[in-house]
Write a protein that binds this ligand. Structure first.
Ligand SMILES: Nc1ncnc2c1ncn2[C@@H]1O[C@H](COP(=O)(O)OP(=O)(O)OP(=O)(O)O)[C@@H](O)[C@H]1O
Ligand SMILES: NC(=O)c1ccc[n+]([C@@H]2O[C@H](COP(=O)(O)O)[C@@H](O)[C@H]2O)c1
Length: 168
């Protein structure tokens, strides 16, 4: 059984993440998606709770042809221990997919194979750009899978982000 691990904050989960996961689905038998910085929510860079992000990802991947698990992972203060923390929370995996330089370094030092997927339309497909569009009142819905639009609507996420931004 070949499992791949993909980590991100997913604030929100967007079409770039979806494209990466569709690619990973062709390479492994099962996917583990780590929802990073799980303890963070209700700030302008991290508006959504871990549970809300789990909902976005689970619904967006409903039709993917690969079994997957979504697990929240809180940050810890010691980078040197972080990979052990991750592996203690996750089903076993043999390859980590990430483009984050610190994550690459930490996994390589732990002798876990790392692969960096290509970036898709990075100018528009980034959590930062999408949060800014929401705040600016510009259309953002085309940059995330349709179920993510539904989840953000269900939790009144647009209003939350705007309210938080006023006080942050
Ligand atoms: N457009 C994209 N195409 C492919 N991979 C992406 C894209 N955007 C982000 N990623 C990757 O997805 C993983 C998770 O990223 P993350 O959740 O931080 O998204 P982000 O869009 O970079 O968010 P933010 O702008 O909030 O930091 C990282 O490895 C990141 O490099
Ligand atoms: N010491 C730690 O807690 C530690 C170290 C490296 C990455 N992380 C987390 O991993 C995730 C990486 O995701 P991104 O690639 O989206 O930045 C983030 O949530 C980040 O906080 C945590």
């Amino acid at each position: 059984m070949r499992r791949g691990f993909y980590i991100g904050r997913f604030q929100p989960y967007h079409n770039g993440h979806q494209a990466v996961l569709e690619g990973i689905a062709d390479e492994v038998d099962e996917i583990i998606i780590g929802v990073g910085s799980a303890q963070l929510s209700h700030d302008t860079q991290n508006p959504f709770t871990a549970g809300e992000r789990v909902l976005m990802i689970t619904r967006a991947l409903e039709t993917i042809d690969c079994p997957f698990y979504v697990i929240p992972i809180e940050d810890i203060r010691r980078n040197a221990l972080w990979v052990s923390h991750v592996t203690s929370m996750s089903p076993p995996f043999e390859i980590c997919y990430t483009s984050n330089p610190l994550v690459i370094q930490l996994f390589r030092e732990a002798n876990i194979r790392v692969k960096s997927p290509p970036m898709y339309q990075r100018e528009s497909l980034s959590g930062t750009a999408i949060r800014q569009r929401i705040l600016d009142g510009e259309p953002w819905e085309d940059y995330v899978p349709a179920p993510v639009v539904d989840v953000i609507s269900e939790i009144e996420g647009v209003q939350r982000l705007r309210t938080i931004a006023e006080t942050d």
